[in-house]
Design a protein around this ligand. Structure first.
Ligand SMILES: CC(C)(COP(=O)(O)OP(=O)(O)OC[C@H]1O[C@@H](n2cnc3c(N)ncnc32)[C@H](O)[C@@H]1OP(=O)(O)O)[C@@H](O)C(=O)NCCC(=O)NCCS
Length: 146
């Protein structure tokens, strides 16, 4: 995995990770809607704005030639970090974009003194996380509909 945040001339790409801006929201929504089951039609209109603001600089995009093909959003809860969203466009998968977005979030959290990052993950994505060193903790996930 690359330790830098720029891949220039690698895989023919010229992409980079940068902090999410609110002006990215339409493209991020499009990216999330492109993955079946990812976007929830019941979410309020400003869901992404709220998530990015709540992320407090822990939200990043992968941008290449003005196109956003990756998005990750995490939250520093003090006791632990929580990864709330990670998505890479179908066309851009398998080029380390997802792992670099995660690595960037991990570095930011470490620099804030956060000791652990958690997330509920899609079953189909679990092998990706396990490959990157994530392990299931000794807890169960519960949810309550509000
Ligand atoms: C999961 C996801 C973010 C991975 O992004 P990506 O940019 O393709 O991942 P990377 O290229 O960084 O992959 C890193 C490694 O994990 C592997 N990997 C990636 N996705 C995988 C999957 N679904 N199953 C098994 N292995 C996977 C890659 O082959 C690669 O292995 P390698 O280092 O041996 O080559 C992307 O497939 C995605 O957005 N999926 C749909 C949405 C989703 O599932 N998001 C996570 C919700 S919790």
């Amino acid at each position: 995995m690359s330790s830098g945040f720029f891949i220039t001339g690698f895989l023919g790409g010229d992409g980079m990770i940068r902090k999410t801006a609110e002006s990215d929201i339409p493209m991020i929504e499009q990216l999330m809607r492109s993955e079946p089951g990812f976007w929830n039609e019941n979410w309020p209109n400003d869901v992404l704005k709220k998530a990015i603001r709540a992320a407090d600089s822990l939200s990043f995009v992968w941008e290449e030639k003005g196109i956003i093909s990756g998005f990750a959003c995490a939250h520093d809860l003090g006791f632990r970090g929580y990864l709330s969203e990670l998505i890479v466009s179908k066309a851009a998968r398998g080029k380390s974009i997802g792992s670099q977005l995660l690595e960037r979030i991990e570095q930011e959290l470490k620099s804030r003194g956060c000791p652990v990052l958690i997330s509920d993950v899609w079953k189909t994505a679990a092998p990706f996380y396990l490959k990157l060193g994530w392990r299931p903790p000794d807890v169960i996930l519960l949810a309550k509909r509000l």
